[in-house]
Structure formats: structure tokens, C-alpha cells
Design a protein around this ligand. Sequence first.
Ligand SMILES: [Zn+2]
Length: 497
Amino acid sequence: MTTVRRIPLRRAVRWLLLVVALALAVRFLYWGQPQPRAFTLVPVQPGQWRITHDGNPGEVWQAFDVDDDGVLDRFVTPDGEWTRPSRRHRPPRRWLVVCIDAVPFGVMEELWQRGHFREFHRPSALVSTFPSDSELAIAAALHAPPGPGYEHQYFDRAANRLRGGVFVTLSGRSIPYLPRFDYVAPGWHKSVQYVLVRRAWHAEMGRLRQRFRETQKPVFHAHVSSGDPLFHRLPRAEAQSLLIEFEHVIREAYYAGRGELGVLLWSDHGNSLVRSRSVPLDALLHARGWRRSDALRAPRDVVIPAYGLVGFFVAYCAPEAVAELAADLSRLEGAELVLYRGPEPNVAVLLGTGGRRARLRWNDAGTHYRYEPEQGDPIELEPVLAALAAAGRLDAEGWVADADLFAATARARLPDAVARIRTWAGTTQVENPSDIVVSLKPGYYQGRGWFDRLVTMEGTHGALERDSSLGFAMGTDPLPETLRLRDLLPAELQPRN
Ligand SMILES: [Zn+2]
């Protein structure tokens, strides 16, 4: 007979905890490693590339640009040939559609010019919403219902209180566009990605690669949220070089499709790429006798949500206070443009710096606009309208068509300003439209206090200006040179969930 020697329970628990802690430490140590490169491209002569398959040493492919547009069209491999699919001539069997958050048009265009992403057409400029932030921009591109507010923290008018915040980021609850993606990062990832920028990026590249390998969905929509911290936190050159890992991951997926996979890549907004600091908002409000609060109880109470460190902010106040508060905010250091709705319908009042002031008017259908400057030209539209008038594109009362204005201003310093201002002034952008919105100059942000002491901001977005507002779009099919978010996805690529 043998006797069983009992291990004391307390000692067993201690050992178990140690093993778990060690496992977690090892897991963390190896979390967020760069993804291996599957293929290497070397240009041989104009219009021809030599491709080595790093995953299968000794295997060499050839690729050709057959129509001289700089895009790889035909691939010759040891297992036969395949060509780039085309929606019109040879539709692909499956689609990979990736929103890579915050990649500025200029950054992607430069990479393409340097010979990267040549499986795809030259990047187009994709004009974001105003404010140029993900919540609004992604909802517009995916034609999703409006979310509760402009960011994850928002003012609930009916309840008269600030709601949301980190809980919304962590849980993804009440974000209507999220379920439309087949891949999004988990909430905890979105919370650490602004601190562990590079590792979160590598980890997400790994997850994207893995998730696409596992799917058989005919249209796979992915959102790469860790693109956003690259441009907020890293110098431009480093952010740009990290995008090459994204190129490798996408290339591997595209080549595995052997001409049966269509690809569309896009970003929801850009980034100012200018080191930024906080606007002295509280000092201004205090000096002007306003009380910043989390509810509207007294006539001079103001609610201004503060969440991300972004180049815009929205304000809620009593209806009688709007014009005066807007005028005060237009004197804020770092403010470029302050907007509020006019007393009549279909009118926005625009306040620029130095007392510049105008009204913008539109018809019910939103197809025509009239700009009425009162002092100066706050959105730099007068030269544009003069040119359109000279070309006979203005009617006798000064009204001009949306399409003409888009064509004339889509790449302006304030891209597509009139249509983006009208959307902000409407009632369908968010469930709780603000009374006032302020667009900040490059170099300034407004946001949560403790976070701005924690990190350096190499850039931000949210403003009406070009660098923050122009994302990119490119894919296996050519796109218009410049387009709006709502026009990005053709019907067959709209997510159905
Ligand atoms: Zn951002």
C-alpha cells in the first residue's frame, strides 16, 4: 500500500499563478512582431518586374504592365499565368476591401510614386467628412446609420448629459458601422495602440493576414484601426515605412487570389502631419464668462466633449447663446473657422479669423449653393466663384451647382468645403448634432486633458483643411482622381450586415 502525499493547496495556487504570469509575460514579449515578407519585387526594365517568392525559395515570377499605366497587369508563374481582374471586363470572384485608418493621400501617393503598391492604380484623393474623423467618415463610406455623436464620448441632448467614452471604445457598443466590418480590432487593442504604436501595428498586420486567410466571404471588409496612431504619434518617414508591411500583407493575399481577387484600399481621413498642442479653450471660456460643464442647466453653460486629441471640437449651449458663444470661440488661439446654423433653414454662418464672416445658403435638395460673404472670405471661395462666373456656371442670383463646386474645390486648401459644411449643419450626420463646430488650424488640437500630457502628438485630424481631410483610395480597378466617401463603394461592394 502506498500513501499519497498531499501538496498543500496554498502552494499549488502559488505555483499556478506563477505559471500563468510567466505565460502572459512570454506572450507579451512576443506580441506585435513584424510580419514576414512573402514576395520581393525588383524592376527589371520599364513595365517589367522580377518577383521572388520568399516563402518558397528558388521560385521566380515575372510581372508585366501591358498598357503603360504603371500597374502590374500580367503575372507569369511556374504554375501558369494570371491577370489583374477588372470589374467591367473580368469581375473577380472575391473582394478584399480594407479601410486603413488615417493614411493621408499625400503619404500614399508618394509611396506609389516610389514604386510601392504597383498592383493597384495610382491613389485617388478621397475627400473625408467634416469633422474629418473616423466615426463620421466610416459611417458615410459604408452608408451606415448615424452614431450618437462625433466621437466615442458625446453629449446626449435628451438626457442632458455627457455619455460614452472609454466604455464605448472597449465594447464597440452603439457604433452602427462596426458590425459592417468582417474584421475590426478588439476594443482593448484600440485602447493600447496609441501607447504601444509599433507593436500594435505589427500585431494588427498579423491579425489581418490571419483573418483573411480563414475567410471564404465573397466581400471581406476590414478596418485597420492601428493606422491612426502611426500618424498621430510617429514622424512621417517612420509612419510611411511601416505602411510597407501593409503592402506585403495585401500583396500576399492578392497573389494568393491569382487574378480571382479584387482589392480596394481606402482611408477614412488624413492627418495634418504637424506637431500639435492643445488650444487654450478653458482659459478663453472662463475669461468670457462661460461655464464649461457636463450638462446645460444655466444660460451660460457650455458642453464641449473632450475625447481624442483632434483638430476640431463641437459645442452645445442654450439656443439664445449660440451666436455669442460662436463669436467668442472665433477669437480662440488656434481656431480657424467657427460654424453654426443660421436662423433660417438651409443656412450656415461661417466665422473666420480677424472678423471674417459669411453665410452659406443651399436649396432643399442640396444640389445648389449661394455664398454670401459679409466681411472677408472665410472659406476662400471668392476666387473660385469668380472663375465659375466667368465660365457661365453661376445663375443670375449667384447660385452654383454642387457638381461644379466639387470639381473646382476638391483639392483646394479647404477641400469640398461647402458640401461638408452643409452635411455638418444637417440633422443626419449624428443623432445629437452640435450647436457649433470649430475647425482648428494645423498645429492645434482639443481633447482629453490627461492624455495630452502623456504623449507627443506628431499630427492630428478633424479639421476642414486638406491634409486632415484627404484620405486615399486605390485598387485593382481605376477610380476617379478625386471622390467623396459616399461615392467610394459601388453597390456590389456595400457591406450587407
Ligand atoms: Zn485619429
